[in-house]
Design a protein around this ligand. Sequence first.
Ligand SMILES: *[C@@H]1O[C@H](CO)[C@@H](O)[C@H](O)[C@H]1NC(C)=O
Length: 330
Amino acid sequence: MTTTSAPQLPCKLRFLLFILSILLDAARRPNGTVNRRLMSLFDFKASPSPKPTNRVKTSDVMVDHSRNLWFRFYIPTTTDAAKLPVIIYFHGGGFVFFSANSKPYDDLCKRLALELPAVVISVNYRLAPEHPYPAQYDDGFDVLKFVDATNFEGFPSELDISRCFLAGDSAGGNVAHHVAVKASDHEFSKMKVIGVIGIQPFFGGEERTESETKLTKALLITLKRTDWYWKALLPEGTDRDHPVVHVFGPQSDGVLGKKFPATIVFMGGFDPLQDWQKRYYEGLKKAGKEAYLVEYPNSFHGFYCFPELKESSLLIEEVKDFIEKQSAPH
Ligand SMILES: *[C@@H]1O[C@H](CO)[C@@H](O)[C@H](O)[C@H]1NC(C)=O
């Protein structure tokens, strides 16, 4: 591990991350609630664009009004949709912040749709602490079942949902994993989940790892923050060894369904969460699963949201290769 605690970053980007960290800290109240009003002032939302802008068209699809469960649907207009893989995406934000229409996530999903290319379904799952575990995972799985039934307006009938990938960054990477576990036990009518893409997925445990204790000056992620997020997510009376946090920990049986798909994990050298991500990858291997680990030594948590960073483009290339490999007949 490197000894400095921050990567070389352009000044503007560093400033942006600094401001974001301050705002997210201010929105987290010491009594465990979130100041949603404050959040709404700087969590800018992007509207759907049914007419393609920059060669991607987007629309919002309601799944369940009663819990405001919906997703944003991204279709690139550059390729025949029938030929594209489908990515079901879960945004990050510690299970607490952001939504499928938050500007940085709308930008990221547009980029994935256009550059991979792929049809992207970005899930607006419910947030903690107002909705603790397992709301996020139920929402994710219910979206899979909804898409499998393909009963919504604007669904291109030729779409090939036998090539589905579950993807997510940070907390969304955690949701993608657990939804994949549920999916691997389920008989869908047409859908097949053939891969998981974990972009700096958020896992943890009671133990403090070396990267967590050493990278104390990291951007966005510190122990104080991650402890708060886990507390917001977890049910009363549980701790961070809960299997949703510590996937291969002491409270988990470590068993993954026979159909649990191949997984690619992305890790950054300046991310305090990297040791947990590495253990996640090792756990998958130990469970006999096909798994890949990609490490970018100079990357911090959240690098993928910045197209100007070289690693952000490298990630898209890696994902492209992974999708191609999993799509080929085995
Ligand atoms: C938490 O603190 C906020 C702001 O001080 C207050 O409005 C809210 O009622 C408190 N909530 C609980 C559950 O204590």
